[in-house]
Design a protein around this ligand. Sequence first.
Ligand code: PNS
Length: 160
Amino acid sequence: MTTAIYPGSFDPITNGHIDVLNRAARLFDKVIIAVLTNPSKKGFLDYETKLNLIRESVKDISNVEVDSFNGLIVEYAKKKNAQVLVRGLRAVTDFEYEMQMAQMNKNLSPEMETLFLVSNTENTFLSSSIVKEVSMLGGDISKLVPESVNNYFNNLNREI
Ligand code: PNS
């Protein structure tokens, strides 16, 4: 059984993440989407909200599990018997950061592979931070994020 981990902050999950996840789910028996919960990397959304939004967004992909992790990703992956870390690459600007992480993870755990999936062209401009900014300024993000995320941000905007 091949298991891959798709780790990230997912603050919030976007259609770019969902695209990477769908493609990883076709390559592996199981994909665990693992949300970082390190208190030092606190994001905009709290972890419960992130996890609930992700669960709702991926409920139709049968071989995907949603989980959270704290500490080193390679240790978490070992605990889950996963052999591969999946990351999405949007543009050359992602490359340096991703390369550094992949090499550090290889250094920490030589048997762990990082697999980069190149994002679809329509998602190259998409990021969680740009989605948050556009939504907070009243822009429409409905085509950029799963329905659950769009509803969540619309409700937030109504409350402000
Ligand atoms: O979505 P992000 O913020 O780019 O994801 C980064 C993430 C969570 C994959 C990365 O920060 C991570 O793996 N953190 C866990 C700590 C760790 O293992 N660090 C060593 C590898 S750089």
